[in-house]
Design a protein around this ligand. Structure first.
Ligand SMILES: C[S@@+](CC[C@H](N)C(=O)[O-])C[C@H]1O[C@@H](n2cnc3c(N)ncnc32)[C@H](O)[C@@H]1O
Length: 389
């Protein structure tokens, strides 16, 4: 941990304010909070949480780089899928969840304009007021002529939504529970505090939803006694509410994660909890609350099951590399300039990062959940990995 650059004084002061709020909440709850609540407070407390406060998170000056930040070619690929769905629907809207810096919105809209398939509206549902302001500024600078089509929402739209819903790296940022399988029962990781700071505390789980979820994982994956991992209990209620507003359309999720048997693999017995600060990844969520990202990988089987339970069809599941190449990434690269031009060389480097297996190509995956949409859709034609879910 020593190698992490220390945050500036003013950032540490904000982190201390957030820590004090969390300590008060811990005291009000018999001395411990579930880890999911701690994670929620660290990421989303108004004005102080990682995603709610004003620090720069994405890109080279931030803490991590997401695919839309890495390359404008990324967003042009799901735009091909959007175009096909909008064509089937003879119109419709796009709704993006958690739009980050606004990069994906700009690239998807730009490509849809080129393809002659602009959506009626591009809606953004963003929890963070700070990120919303950044997105508005980016759209105003880069797509001033399309500004009127873009709307920011505080809640899901009314039922009957027709179109495409996009979420890049949103599910990994949802608060997750951390658990330990004892061999006969479930323990939940809670967060307590002492003079030394925040600390883990294991408690026998009493939450029926958590117990049932972990028992199901134990049956499916044969967890050994002492196995530690996470489970994201927000996925099912989130997908149920999202599916409830879709009249016809496609929900397209991209994130890092695995199918269930790989996620809860015997060797991954310490889970996937990760923190990011200034491009360093580590596993201590108690460091500088509010100043670092906290994430868990996505169990794509859980996404598929929750989608089906909510009335959606799993229309495709594939690696990020498979999705981007099937959407025409190679052609977009060729069109970026002569092969020896700086533009081409830069784009080729980005394509490598997006598609190489050891980079983002196989660590990230796309899953499509559809209601009343004909497939196969661009992105999912070349490689079908649904049997692995
Ligand atoms: C890792 S960032 C990804 C940002 C952006 N999509 C990108 O790829 O650069 C996670 C984003 O998800 C948002 N988020 C988390 N839960 C959400 C939810 N339930 N609804 C909408 N946005 C959410 C956060 O506010 C944050 O903007």
């Amino acid at each position: 941990m020593n190698e992490l650059p220390a945050p500036p004084e003013h950032a540490l002061a904000l982190s201390e304010q957030l820590s004090e709020l969390i300590r008060e909440e811990i005291a009000a709850h018999d001395g411990a909070l579930p880890f999911s609540v701690y994670m929620e407070r660290c990421l989303y407390t108004t004005g102080l949480g990682y995603y709610s406060a004003g620090s720069r998170k994405f890109g080279s000056a931030g803490d991590f780089v997401t695919a839309p930040e890495l390359s404008p070619l990324f967003g042009r690929c799901p735009a091909q899928t959007c175009a096909r769905v909008l064509e089937q629907l003879e119109g419709g809207d796009i709704l993006e969840f958690g739009a980050g810096s606004g990069a994906l919105a700009v690239d998807v809209l730009g490509e849809l304009e080129r393809l002659g398939h602009l959506p009626g509206r591009y809606l953004v549902l963003e929890r963070s007021a700070d990120l919303r302001a950044r997105q508005q500024q980016r759209v105003a600078e880069q797509l001033p002529h399309l500004r009127d089509r873009i709307r920011w929402l505080d809640t899901l739209p009314e039922p009957g939504f027709a179109g495409v819903l996009l979420a890049n790296e949103v599910v990994d940022a949802m608060p997750a529970e951390r658990f330990r399988w004892t061999g006969t029962g479930v323990e939940r990781f809670c967060v307590t505090c002492s003079a030394a700071g925040f600390e883990w505390q294991l408690q026998a789980a009493t939450d029926e939803v958590l117990i049932t979820a972990v028992q199901g994982l134990q049956q499916d994956c044969g967890l050994a006694a002492g196995y530690i991992s996470e489970v994201n209990l927000s996925i099912a209620p989130w997908l149920e509410s999202v599916a409830g507003v879709i009249g016809r359309g496609l929900l397209l999720l991209c994130d890092y994660g695995y199918p269930r048997h790989e996620y809860y693999h015997p060797q991954r017995n310490r889970g996937t909890l990760m923190c990011h600060y200034r491009h360093r990844a580590h596993t201590d969520p108690f460091l500088w609350p509010g100043l670092q990202d906290i994430t868990t990988h996505v169990d794509f089987t859980a996404v598929a099951e929750a989608g089906v339970a909510a009335g959606l069809d799993v229309t495709g599941y594939t690696t990020q590399a498979g999705f981007l190449l099937d959407s025409g990434l190679d052609g977009l690269l060729q069109a970026s300039g002569p092969v020896d031009s700086p533009a081409y060389i830069k784009a080729a480097q980005q394509v490598k990062q997006l598609t190489l297996p050891g980079d983002m190509g196989e660590r990230f995956a796309f899953i499509g959940l559809a209601k009343d949409i004909d497939g196969p859709l661009p992105g999912f034609r070349m490689q079908d990995r649904r049997h692995r879910l």
